[in-house]
Design a protein around this ligand. Sequence first.
Ligand code: ZN
Length: 195
Amino acid sequence: MARANVTGHSTSLTGMAPYGIRVVGDPVLRQPAAPVTEIDGRLARLAEDMIVTMHEAPGIGLAAPQVGVQKRLFVYDLHDGDGAHVVVNPVITETRGEWVYEEGCLSVPGLAWEIVRPKEVHLTGRDLDGKELSFEADELLARLFQHEVDHLDGVLLLERLDDDQRRQAKRALRDQVLATEGAGERRRLRLPGRG
Ligand code: ZN
C-alpha cells in the first residue's frame, strides 16, 4: 500500500530493491494466492527482500503477489518507530464501522482515491516463527490490513471504487498506457467490470 498523502519522495535510481513491483495489467495481481504451508528460511528470506522492496518504493505495505509470488503473506511498516512486520496467512475475522481514507497502491502508481472501508478489523495470522498473531487494528493499520488481504485474494483497490472514481481511473490508466507505449510497452488494462 502507498500512503497517498506522501508526495515528493525521491527514490534512488541505483537502489538495490530485490524485486520489481508488479503493476496493474499484470495477471499475477488478479490471482488468489495460496496459503503458506511451510514457514522456513526461504520464506524468511522472501519477507526480508519484500521489506527492502517496500522501503525503497517507498510504501507502507506490500503483499507477496505484488512481487510475483503467489503466497499468502504481506509486510508492512507504518514508520511509527515500530519497524517492519511480516504477517503469514492473514485472515480478517471481524470488521466494524466505516472510515474514509485516501488510499493508494504501489501496483497502481501515482493514483489515489478516497475509499470507504470498515474502520476497525480483527486480523489473525502467524509470524516467521510460526507464532500466532492477533491484532485489533483501527484506522490506518486496519486499512492497510484490508488492502493487503485484498491483494492475497487477487483484488486491487480499483475494485473498491465507486462509479465516478472508476471512470476517472480508467481514463488515468489509459493515459499511463499511452505514455508508456512509446517505450515499446503494450499492456492490456482490464478494469474490473460491474457486478
Ligand atoms: Zn496495493
